[in-house]
Design a binder for this molecule. Structure first.
Ligand code: SAH
Ligand code: SF4
Ligand code: F3S
Length: 444
């Protein structure tokens, strides 16, 4: 039989990127070969996100564009999976809208892709298979990793928090932690394959282990991963501020490979809005936790997520957000316009704000954060930092780029042979998004 090709498209967060690596692994096990262009594909898989309306719109556009390929090649198999499909009734609606789709499956049954592909090839009919609830965690699925240096490792699935704006708990199910030994085994295999950095993924890594027998928590897991030989850097995301313990901060300070970077989404700076969001902490509590990070893990970076224009957000609430941002001085912040998600409590709340008000607040918030990011980067001028060289810079092919332990992007001149090495770099220029450096002579 002629060689068959598959192509994947991923929207959404790192969790989805990791899932796509499993999808790719399964495709290769089925005998398909990866290809960059959709035109040459026999199997296309689109892994979707529904966290904001903009993500859904981009996905729908993409799915629409594939119709012409299916018209040209009726044997082409198109599958759509992920969070968007997992929403109630979404698969049925999507198939009605885009009858050129062959397979729709959800977040809980990734592992069934081979079975579904075989079914479509046999019957020639479209199939919907979305599980209503999560099953057991399936270990040992094949994986095709993106890159050779840095890898994502999912440590837990799902979320129990039900923040009132968020769709994730509805499409990812309840929290389920992988066993520590399975995680350590995966990291060990990665180290043996030459990977230097792992990022431990979960919607709320600080509640790792609560559903496991025994007394294991995220701090214990971090230190267990820290003991894996060959791994040089350990990152983790996301930390829910409510569950950030002193023990966990101390583990970061203590583990020599654990990068001093906390992604600690605050979402809003006003207590009234935090309550309406069901975040489970006050601004005072958040400020105290951030101060604790600075005290117990000196030099650590703190980044955050912020939503503007939550229902009922008044000018004084927004002022509280600006004030908190100023007080914490985040190293980086991802800022979002509130997007109503059908099925979440916030979508039903009174006082939804107009697009103009939301956009105006977003602009003011971004202006402030950009100033702060620039100032925080300027503090690094003249300092020597450790950079993991990832390869040539995307913006300047003559230069190398990589990240510091605290996750700043650094661009600097140097030989390609340094790719995959940890090198000392002196910072000579600081912008809002990027640092420019010079290699400091060292013994490789
Ligand atoms: N579990 C992580 C991230 C979840 S989604 C956490 O708790 O932080 C990533 C970010 O998307 C969230 O932190 C939030 O800032 C944003 N987000 C989630 N739902 C949103 C919505 N309905 N509108 C706008 N932003 C949203
Ligand atoms: Fe969504 Fe909140 Fe869970 Fe994060 S913690 S995934 S924002 S419900
Ligand atoms: Fe991630 Fe989007 Fe799903 S942010 S968990 S892919 S809804």
């Amino acid at each position: 039989m002629a060689q068959q090709y598959y192509h994947t498209v991923t929207f959404g967060c790192q969790m989805n990127e990791r899932d796509t690596e499993t999808i790719a692994g399964m495709c290769e096990e089925m005998g398909y070969t990866n290809v960059d262009s959709v035109e040459d594909s026999d199997l296309i898989i689109i892994n979707t996100c529904c966290v904001r309306e903009s993500a859904e719109n981009r996905t729908l556009g993409h799915i629409g564009n594939l119709k012409r390929l299916k018209d040209k090649n009726p044997d082409l198999v198109i599958a759509v999976c992920g969070c968007m499909v997992q929403q109630e009734q979404a698969a049925e609606t999507l198939l009605k809208r885009a009858p050129h789709l062959d397979i729709l499956f959800g977040t809980h049954n990734l592992h069934q892709l081979p079975k579904l592909v075989a079914h479509v090839k046999e019957t020639g009919k479209s199939v919907i298979d979305v599980w209503q609830s999560e099953g057991e965690i399936v270990e040992h699925l094949p994986t095709r990793r993106e890159g050779k240096l840095k890898a994502f490792v999912t440590i837990m699935y799902g979320c129990n928090n039900f923040c009132t704006y968020c769709i994730v708990p509805y499409v990812r199910g309840r929290e389920r932690s992988r066993k520590t030994e399975d995680i350590v085994a995966e990291v060990t295999r990665l180290a043996e394959a030459g990977f230097l950095e792992v990022t431990l993924l979960g919607q709320n890594v600080n509640s790792y282990g609560k559903d496991l027998p025994g007394e294991v928590d995220f701090a214990d897991l971090l230190l267990a991963v820290n003991d894996v030989p060959g791994i040089e850097r350990i990152r983790f995301t996301t930390s829910h501020p409510r569950d950030l313990s002193d023990k966990m901060i101390l583990a970061v300070a203590q583990g020599s490979k654990i990068c001093e970077h906390f992604h600690l989404p605050v979402q809003a700076g006003s207590n009234r809005i935090l309550t309406k969001m069901n975040r489970g902490y006050t601004r005072e509590y958040y400020l105290e936790r951030a101060a604790k990070v600075r005290e117990l893990a000196p030099g650590a970076a703190i980044s955050t997520d912020l939503i503007v224009g939550f229902p009922g957000e008044r000018e004084e609430d927004f002022a509280d957000t600006l004030d908190l941002v100023q007080k914490v001085e985040f190293d980086a912040a991802y800022t979002f316009l509130y997007s109503p998600r059908s099925g979440t409590p916030a979508a039903e709340m009174q006082e939804q704000l107009s697009a103009e008000v939301k956009k105006d607040r977003l602009r003011r918030l971004m202006d402030l954060q950009n100033e702060i990011s620039l100032r925080s980067n300027q503090k690094l001028l003249g300092k020597v930092v450790e950079v993991l060289v990832e390869g040539e810079s995307k913006t300047d092919k003559d230069k190398l780029s990589g990240r510091t332990r605290t996750n700043e992007l650094v661009v600097f001149p140097g030989p390609k042979s340094l790719q995959g090495k940890l090198v000392p770099v002196k910072i000579v220029e600081a912008g809002t998004w990027t640092l420019v450096g010079e290699l400091v002579s060292f013994q490789a």
